[in-house]
Design a protein around this ligand. Structure first.
Ligand SMILES: C[S@@+](CC[C@H](N)C(=O)[O-])C[C@H]1O[C@@H](n2cnc3c(N)ncnc32)[C@H](O)[C@@H]1O
Length: 253
């Protein structure tokens, strides 16, 4: 497949922007990761990088009732959707959705107690992104993030191709731990996301949305081809998830 064109992205966002979240994760995993964050103040300053429509931002707002959250994403429509949700839940005083590039957010250095990021740091290259997190955290502050990792060798070519198009430097858990050490972090702990964190808020609503759009776009072969391509991702997970995982990592500077 060549570089996706504008029509691909239109259909892609018609699917993704309507999901509760744009990657694997759930409330239980956020809670478990928070339990690995030692010494958070009662009113922590939290930054959620690559927040998407804010699935995990809203969990954090609930799980950390004293927190002040900034949620940043470069995709403006996702931030717009989060703004609407934040207003509907009366969270405007505590959750600040921001459009921006996490590589150059302009947010103050050394300011945050907790840097959170689910499935987004790889966009900058993991090590580079960890450097960004380090700069934004106060000394002693915590980073909690998920990252895709290989679990074993020998993944079929279609699985490798799917990840390598998006994340060519994807490694194993040991590679992420080494990157954390090189960027000046000490590990608190890590764990693998369970199956339900892929399905409940991500692939199940994705498959439902794709089925809806197949009806809406029944006369549009380009849209149908894109939908078919997007539908391969949950299918690959169904068949080959023993080769890859999402891992939650928690560390402090
Ligand atoms: C896989 S999605 C994860 C979204 C959300 N954290 C979740 O788990 O539902 C990755 C997100 O990172 C955002 N992103 C990619 N590059 C970015 C950048 N340089 N700065 C800010 N956000 C970025 C994308 O727009 C997308 O919303």
């Amino acid at each position: 497949m060549g570089t996706p064109g504008p029509r691909f992205w239109q259909v892609f966002f018609e699917v993704y922007e309507h999901l509760p979240r744009q990657g694997p994760g759930n409330r239980a995993c956020a809670k478990r990761a928070l339990e690995l964050c030692a010494d958070l103040p009662t009113e922590p300053r939290v930054l959620d990088l690559g927040c998407g429509v804010g699935g995990q931002t809203l969990h954090l707002a609930e799980l950390l009732p004293g927190a002040h959250l900034t949620a940043l994403d470069s995709h403006a429509p996702s931030i717009e959707r989060l703004r609407t949700t934040v207003a509907a839940r009366g969270l405007e005083g505590r959750v600040r959705p921001l459009v921006g590039d996490m590589a150059r957010s302009g947010l103050p250095a050394g300011h945050f107690d907790l840097l959170w990021s689910e499935g987004a740091l790889y966009n900058l290259g993991l090590e580079n992104a960890l450097g960004v997190c380090h700069g934004l955290l106060r000394p002693g502050g915590t980073v909690a993030f998920t990252d895709a990792v290989w679990r074993k060798e020998g993944a079929p070519p279609e699985v490798r191709a799917g990840f390598e198009a998006d994340y060519p430097t994807m490694g194993r858990v040991a590679d992420v731990l080494a990157a954390l050490a090189r960027t000046g972090f000490s590990l608190n702990g890590h764990f693998t996301l369970p199956d339900e964190a892929w399905w409940d808020d991500f692939y199940t609503p994705m498959e439902r949305r794709i089925a809806e759009l197949e009806v809406t776009h029944a006369g549009d072969p380009d849209a149908l081809a894109t939908l078919e391509q997007l539908a391969q991702e949950p299918e690959l997970y169904r068949r080959y998830s023993d080769f890859f995982a999402y891992e939650f990592f928690v560390a402090h500077r």
